[in-house]
Design a protein around this ligand. Structure first.
Ligand SMILES: *Cc1c(COP(=O)(O)O)cnc(C)c1O
Length: 371
């Protein structure tokens, strides 16, 4: 059987899809280059790891590994609902918030529907809509690498099914403030579904100008869902667990129909509950990022590089020439960062905030590579 025949059986949308750039594993880099230490700075993981309570909770759940998990993740949804001042019927769990992005597209996007998102973009904000045959409109950031509100207002003038953006944004790190957020959502068509991806929520939650999306969205007519995750500030990226907070139980019910019934495994449910209760670990993780981000930013600026504003656990910066070539050279030093591959941003790299040691290794390697 030829590959051509297999392709003729597949959906055109699936064949045409670009592959999500999920980065290199430590192992792959170790094998190619003879390096002992890897500075993993490409995936925005928590350099402090997970709370010790999480390890205990997973161990406690391990003896029950033969038993299916709760398909409704009810205890966890109730805990999240309490924390967010909502009811559990408005909370939906995903195998990572990536899962929820896919489920939203499966449930709501028809071929030809228009989906509006940000450029540079989080890949899955357009890959999953494309999978359903959507038309994608992308709104570039402005020259300051901030949200271009007039651009969004123009883009939202046309009928649209989904409006998806991350706040703060990945990969740029820029943040819509209260006014900007209100302007953007007010410009969206009244019959679209607003998807606000707050993967980096915990890094901004206490900032005075970070929009309290749940309150602001509640008072407007459009259906909406706010996505958050345990992958970043909680340090559970390896367990795959994210959640959505929806405007209406009907959204949760539709997503329940299209998801796999046991999409959150037993260990992940136990881990997320434990992580949620260790507030101190999250605060420590956020404080670490804030302290290290400022220092890293100054060091990059001192090297003559342009650095985008960031309220998240990474920095987006511009290098002379191709970002991918710079990232490739950094691998030889055991440093993994993420080169941006979208047209117009191929000279930008994203580096995660890591341990102090890894940031020093990264800066020294970058200095050598750019010499
Ligand atoms: C990291 C990230 C996610 C993915 O989170 P998971 O819960 O690990 O799937 C979603 N959206 C954005 C914008 C992210 O940066």
């Amino acid at each position: 059987m030829s590959a051509d025949m297999i392709k003729s059986l597949a959906r055109a949308e699936a064949i045409g899809l670009s592959i999500y750039n999920s980065g290199l594993s430590d192992q792959a880099v170790r094998q190619r280059f003879n390096v002992t230490h890897i500075a993993r700075l490409a995936s925005n993981e928590n350099p402090l790891g997970a709370s010790p309570d999480v390890v205990r909770a997973i161990n406690l759940s391990a003896p029950e590994s033969a038993v299916y998990p709760d398909p409704a993740s009810l205890e966890l949804r109730e805990a999240l609902a309490r924390q967010c001042g909502m009811t559990a019927d408005l909370v939906v769990m995903g195998n990572g918030s990536e899962d929820l992005l896919k489920l939203l597209c499966l449930a709501f996007v028809n071929p030809g529907d228009r989906v509006v998102t940000l450029l540079p973009s989080f890949g899955l904000h357009h890959i999953y809509p494309r999978m359903m045959g959507a038309e994608i409109a992308m709104v570039p950031v402005d020259p300051r690498m901030e949200y271009d509100l007039p651009g969004w207002e123009r883009a939202l003038n046309l009928p649209s099914k989904l409006v998806i953006f991350s706040n703060p944004s990945n990969p740029v790190g820029c943040m819509l403030d209260n006014d900007g957020f209100e302007r953007l959502i007010a410009a969206a068509p009244a019959d679209c579904l607003l998807v606000v991806d707050e993967a980096y929520y915990e890094y901004c939650a206490d900032l005075a100008d970070y929009p309290d999306s749940l309150t602001l969205l509640r008072n407007q007519p459009r259906p909406w869902i706010v996505l958050r995750t345990f992958s970043k500030a909680y340090g559970l990226a390896g367990l795959r667990i994210g959640y959505g907070l929806a405007s209406d139980p009907a959204i949760v019910e539709i997503l329940d129909r299209v998801r796999t019934p046991f999409n959150i495994n037993r260990g992940a449910q136990a881990a997320a509950l434990a992580a949620l209760h260790d507030r101190r670990h999250v605060l420590r993780s956020v404080a670490h990022v804030r302290a290290q981000r400022g220092a890293l930013r100054q060091a990059l600026i001192a090297m003559g590089l342009t650095v985008a504003p960031s309220q998240a656990n990474f920095l987006f910066f511009r290098v002379p020439g191709e970002g991918a070539a710079v990232a490739e050279k950094l691998l030889a030093y055991g440093v993994i960062v993420k080169p941006w591959l979208e047209t117009g941003y191929r000279d930008w790299l994203r580096v995660s905030i890591g341990t102090e040691t890894d940031q020093q290794i990264f800066l020294q390697a970058l200095h050598e590579v750019l010499k």
